[in-house]
Design a binder for this molecule. Structure first.
Ligand code: NAD
Length: 260
């Protein structure tokens, strides 16, 4: 379905991004994976994608808080593959604290990685998509792009921001075969969620089990975590021709969270 296309997936050495990169590769796309982690493990991830799916997979370690590195990553992919057809802006970090105690550097970091990186990558990728008259931009928002939770002010601001940014982009390129959408997962069981449990325990004075059931899945009516493979399948669908009229949308995949 995506044979001959090239996808850049930011933050894809782990969690949702990794599943999305693998899903796009399974659908035939060459992929550029990105993110931090152990060199050996990343190489194993990269070569497994090539071997399992018969595509080319490259790794670029660009830091999503560094605009120059982001642009260089997209340009390198464009030159290597003759275009970037699919851009998934997925890299994201979280920090949990009351707003009056929220560290300034954490605020700046979250806005840079979770929001501004999508602007820099989109700006760099659009000329290639316009040249080809086809493109898919999928931005990983969150249920927190639609509703808020306490103690996550920077994250909620960045995720609401990315939904707005995506709508603007979608309108600008609507007649050029390019779609831009924000996907809004509820709680997906990934290292990002696992890591915020200790902070939430501290901020709210709860046990680990209470954080899982009373805080995380309290908001999710299905009482189940979303899986990374479900998110990947959603992204692959948005990259298909069947989804060519879905653009500028803010799309929940959240077990009913934002219906409440
Ligand atoms: P994760 O921690 O498993 O993965 C995050 C990825 O981003 C990793 O590959 C990491 O190396 C990379 N990354 C972090 N900082 C980076 C930087 N400065 N430069 C480049 N890469 C960087 O997290 P995840 O849960 O898979 O989250 C992925 C995205 O999904 C994030 O945008 C997150 O906000 C969003 N999201 C997650 C959930 C959830 O429940 N897990 C829910 C909604 C939205």
């Amino acid at each position: 379905m995506l044979k001959g296309k090239t996808a850049v997936v930011t933050g894809s050495t782990s969690g949702i991004g990794l599943a999305v990169a693998r899903g796009l590769a399974q659908a035939g796309a060459n992929v550029v994976i990105n993110g931090f982690g152990d060199k050996g493990e990343i190489e194993a991830i990269r070569s497994a994608i090539e071997q399992e799916f018969g595509v080319t997979a490259l790794y670029d370690g660009a830091d999503m808080s560094d605009p120059k590195a982001i642009v260089a990553m997209v340009k390198a992919a464009d030159e290597r593959f003759g275009g970037v057809d699919i851009l998934v802006n997925n890299a994201g970090v979280q920090f949990v604290a009351p707003v009056d105690e929220f560290p300034e550097d954490k605020w700046d970091q979250i806005i840079a990685i979770n929001l501004s990186s999508a602007f820099h990558a989109t700006k760099a990728a659009l000329p290639s998509m316009k040249r080809k008259g086809w493109g898919r931009i999928v931005n990983t928002g969150s249920a927190h792009a639609l509703v808020a939770s306490p103690y996550k002010s920077a994250y909620v601001a960045a995720k609401h921001g990315i939904a707005g940014f995506t709508k603007s982009v979608a309108l600008e390129v609507a007649q050029q075969g390019i779609t831009a959408n924000t996907i809004c997962p509820g709680y997906v069981w990934t290292p990002l969620v696992e890591r915020q449990i200790p902070d939430t325990m501290k901020a709210r004075g709860l046990t680990e089990e209470q954080v899982k059931t009373d805080v995380l899945l309290a908001a999710q009516p299905t009482k189940q975590f979303v899986t990374v493979d479900q998110v990947a399948a959603f992204v692959v669908f948005l990259c298909s021709d069947a989804a060519s009229q879905i653009t500028g949308a803010t799309l929940p995949i959240d077990g009913g969270w934002t219906a409440a």
